[in-house]
Design a protein around this ligand. Structure first.
Ligand code: WQD
Length: 325
């Protein structure tokens, strides 16, 4: 198939694009490079520099595409609460504009990058697809709204879609082919890497008084290689006649902040400086997914999402960027 990957120069998008190229698809990357890295785009893919909010450029790039993988959105939950209009413009208005351009261009299948943030505070664990959706941040609200639009577009337009709710995306291509780092990261794993490299003075651990095995926050870290595989499986499922669906993508178990810090110390051979500070507003103590539906529907099984593979492949990316002195 000819597949447009909107946001395909980004951290997750570039791993997805590479997997689609490996599977023999014709891949067009559409990205404004606001956060992505041009160097992360596979050589076999066609790169088109542009913004999803541009209707004419969107129609042009989507011409002839059978499928769309949509990953072009802002994803900082905290920022979405202080600058909601930025998230309305990109995650809602521009996303809807691009989906409409995709439908006009005759695209048949959409794989949408959604998030665990649609659930909000966990009512039970592991979080399955039936868990109540009550986002606690505007970012999660924007993801849930697009999921709802896609359900209507399936019903009214016959536009098939797969909404994939990522839990905490992490890790890097084990073969080292993608090494683009996030600029000014706020997520735990890049912050820990920067502290291990000495690029950052220390990790601020947001609370160690949670009801978890070591008191620090627990999350379901899913390797981007496993996420990329799920995107390919979702496309193949719909192409073979499968109906639209929504699945959670997580490992079914959680890792604590200190689990990550300890693994980083092991692979870096250094002490990772950290300081325990107060809890971050809005943080649940623990959050992890049930991946059972993705396994039943797609046969998807995460194989790279153990803490050591996640941390060691990330450390390798920091070394490849010359940050390990
Ligand atoms: C992980 C754990 C923190 C930074 C966010 C978004 C979510 C999704 C994934 C896109 C928590 C702790 C973190 C630090 C810390 N994004 N932490 N010190 O908040 O689980 O999820 O990213 O889909 O929508 O909300 O990820 O990496 O910020 O935090 O102690 O400097 O690490 O308290 O327990 P989070 P995170």
């Amino acid at each position: 198939m000819k597949i447009t990957v909107a946001g395909g120069a980004g951290y997750i998008g570039s791993h997805v694009a590479r997997r689609l190229v490996e599977a023999g698809h014709e891949v067009v990357i559409y990205d404004n490079l606001s956060t992505g890295n041009r160097s992360s785009v596979p050589a076999e893919a066609t790169f088109v520099h542009g913004d999803v909010s541009d209707p004419l450029a969107s129609r042009k790039v989507l011409a002839g595409s059978d499928a769309l993988i949509y990953l072009a959105a802002w994803k900082a939950a905290g920022e979405s609460m202080t600058d909601p209009v930025k998230y309305s413009r990109n995650n809602l208005q521009a996303t809807l504009s691009f989906l409409d351009a995709a439908h006009d261009a005759g695209v048949k299948y959409v794989v949408f990058s959604s998030s665990a943030a649609v659930f909000g505070e966990p009512k039970y664990l592991p979080i399955d697809e039936d868990h109540p959706k009550d986002p606690t941040n505007y970012y999660g609200f924007t993801k849930l709204e697009i999921e709802r639009v896609l359900a209507w577009y399936d019903r009214l337009l016959g536009l098939k879609s797969a909404c994939l709710r990522y839990f905490n995306a992490a890790g890097y291509d084990p073969a080292g082919r993608i090494t683009g780092l996030e600029r000014n990261p706020a997520n735990l794993i890049p912050v820990v890497m920067e502290a291990a490299c000495g690029v950052r003075a220390k990790v601020q651990i947001f609370g160690n008084d949670y009801d978890t095995h070591d008191g620090t926050g627990v999350r379901d870290y899913i390797h981007v290689t496993d996420l990329a595989e799920a995107h390919l499986m979702a496309l193949e499922y719909m192409e073979k006649g499968g109906k639209s669906f929504v699945v959670n993508l997580g490992t079914g178990k959680g890792l604590s902040v200190l689990d990550v810090v300890n693994s980083a110390a092991k692979f870096s051979g250094r002490d990772v400086p950290y300081q325990i500070v107060g809890r971050r507003e809005g943080d649940p103590a623990a959050l992890w997914a049930s991946g059972e539906k993705a396994k039943e529907l797609l046969g998807w099984v995460p194989r790279h999402s153990d803490v050591d593979t996640i941390v060691s492949t990330t450390w390798a990316a920091y070394k490849a960027n010359g940050l390990v002195r």
